[in-house]
Design a protein around this ligand. Sequence first.
Ligand SMILES: Cc1ncc(C[n+]2csc(CCOP(=O)(O)OP(=O)(O)O)c2C)c(N)n1
Ligand SMILES: [Mg+2]
Length: 585
Amino acid sequence: MRAFTDQLLASGVRHVVVCPGSRSTPLTLVFARDRRWRAWLHIDERSAGYFALGLARQLGEPVALLCSSGTAAANFLPAVVEASLLRVPLLVLTADRPPELRDVGAAQTIDQVRMFGSHARWAIDMTPADGTPELERAARGVAARAAATSMAAPAGPVHVNFPFREPLLERAVADPLPPAGRPIAVTRSVVAPTPEAIRGFVEAARGKRGLIVAGPEAGGLPAALLTEVARALGWPVLADPLSGLRTGTHDLDGVVETYDVLARATAFVRELLPEVTLRLGAAPTSKALNVWLAGHPAIDSWVVDVEGAWREPDATVSTMLRGDATSVCRALLEALAPGDGAEASWLDRWRAANAVTAHALRAAADALDEPFEGRAPLELAAALPEGATLVVGNSMPVRDVDTFMPRLGRRVRIEGTRGASGIDGVVSTAVGAAAAGDGPVVLLIGDLSFLHDLNGLWAVNRHDLNLTVLLVNNDGGGIFHFLPQAELAADAFEEWWGTPHGLDLGQAVALHGGHHVRLEGASGWAGAIAAALGRPGLQVLELRTERVRNVELHRQVIGLATRALEAALADEAAGVGGRAAGVAR
Ligand SMILES: Cc1ncc(C[n+]2csc(CCOP(=O)(O)OP(=O)(O)O)c2C)c(N)n1
Ligand SMILES: [Mg+2]
């Protein structure tokens, strides 16, 4: 075991999340006794998996995950799926029965060989350790390869299955001999684009009206480089909140955050249709943006991604530009010459439209005198300090952050779990991020998602962590009210989609030793958020809203913003100056 775990350390792995069990004893003892490891105990494997994912993403390094045999391992699946799609390095270590006890009715024994299927970048079933130097050397190689594979682009989960024979304990005690041999070094390659590909793009883009679409990317895209590329092209950057481009100390001048509204404004999309797009990161969260761009197959659409990946759900790509985001940006900056960019009015019009829309959205939200879910991102924007991380839950939280979160010139990370968009491990992903000890972490989450991963809260107190939760409680699945089911299946809707649970979530917070506060009124929550950030432990701020009303308020606010934009366009066309000057030139 020591050859394996020592090599993991040599490969830069420092953290391991350990779930209790007997079969995993040999590895648990190493992680528990060897002080070079930061070992995190977790009770629930499903939560543990997401905790490891949140920690690994925050640190940008692989995190190991250990459990016993049987369904314990199966409970890692959701986090393995998410890590694969989100491209987060995880080292999944599962204990197993030795081969002679498999498929013969032995207790707590299931088929674990390659059990994560295509969701693992690499999987191996180890030979039961017998202390011989040959197997120790082989184990060292597996550890080096596992860590390196989890980090190779695209990063992801790796599964190592460990058969352990009884007696488990003597074996562990007899094991701590210093492992033979030297640690293995594995170098990493950059995935650089070919010069022809870069030339091809520059030719396609020269003088054209274009957009850079910055989609979700775990850990963020290279913001400073990408905004430099945008400047050289004279194109705006449509920055998904999960791209790392909407917030930060890079140049935000050409960053557009209101595209979710812009793309719904028919006059605008007619006027400002691009000829070329360059997308980095995954497909954006905004359905309106995706539908708009996909509706124009004549757009020359370039997607940047590493070999083997295909994040292109709308099937509109014209060129897959192979390379990692940083290498591609560097190559583009070298290749672009002064004069290659679009005419200046193109970016000016986007900037002006963005300013009008951002202002109108804010004004429409400010005018409400009742709680509005879209208000939460605005209050968070006011409250989040430099160095904070905002983890946004799926369902409405990520969409509201997409629509309403303004650009912030502060170092604030925004992360989500949009790989598979599950509501099952959101709490633990945020708790794992908090465990990295890298600035304050705030979680914005819906009530069903919160309920789904209540066990995740356990780790906050157990490990003395600090987490602030803004819990949007609309007593059910608010998102479903935006779907046709709400009207077309009205008889069954409330029970089967609305799914009110009727629970007092403050009691769940109390169970986990947290502090619970209700947010009152229509606004002014930033003070409460900042105060919660100043207190230790689990801090839950609960906002109560109403699902049916939420749809009405969204339509009202977005409708007002769309009309403000269209009025500005009309004024501009009629030659009236003012705020919108330049929108529709
Ligand atoms: C594990 C999992 N189960 C079910 C779903 C389907 N689903 C998507 S959103 C949603 C409702 C989420 O409700 P809540 O967290 O309260 O957010 P709200 O819609 O109210 O904003 C459900 C059940 C899912 N995405 N993941
Ligand atoms: Mg809800």
